[in-house]
Design a protein around this ligand. Sequence first.
Ligand SMILES: C[S@@+](CC[C@H](N)C(=O)[O-])C[C@H]1O[C@@H](n2cnc3c(N)ncnc32)[C@H](O)[C@@H]1O
Length: 200
Amino acid sequence: MESLADSKVWADYNAAQAERPVRSLCLDAMAFAGPGNGRRAIDLGCGAGKETLAMLRAGWHVHAVDSLPDTSERLLAIAPPDADGRLSIEMRAFQDLRALPLAGLIFAGYSLPFIHPARFAGFWDVVLGALRRQGVLAVNLFGDRDSWADVPEWNFHTEAAARQLFDGLEILKFEVYDDDGQSFRGPKHWHIYDVIARKP
Ligand SMILES: C[S@@+](CC[C@H](N)C(=O)[O-])C[C@H]1O[C@@H](n2cnc3c(N)ncnc32)[C@H](O)[C@@H]1O
């Protein structure tokens, strides 16, 4: 249920990401997962493609998903020449996905909160279904004290509800950030869970 206004926001956001480092949550997840060695990773809401590129460089085949229509153009412009055949791109809204390829590493950086709450559970099942045994899943989720928590189209979780999403997985990291800060839309209160989990 993404609007054109959302698309414009994400396009502007992604355009401003060129100089930032690779997200530490992704680097930590890659360290837990070990070298790619031709295994498949998924980058959900790949945006500017910084984490997609990092995973390609670490030897993963990467399936990059984002609803923005220029995603393919953006990723092909930054993909290294030796990524030929190792990068697949799916331009689709999460809530319209019925399946994902099996993967040993799934990363979703600041993207899953932007699914309508009524569609989140269905998509989460798709994500868990795509995770191989011993596969690593790393996501940011938004908490109920976040200042965007009154946006009805986005999903927010209490800490207990967020932890419950990982039932049956081994939680390798669960960090809570609950503080005032900045966003691309100005000052706000961030309430975020950074989670890394492994499927037994
Ligand atoms: C805040 S950006 C994060 C981008 C990147 N992962 C990062 O960490 O900087 C959110 C990204 O998710 C994508 N996105 C948001 N909602 C989505 C949805 N429902 N389905 C697919 N992609 C979505 C946006 O187009 C955008 O590129």
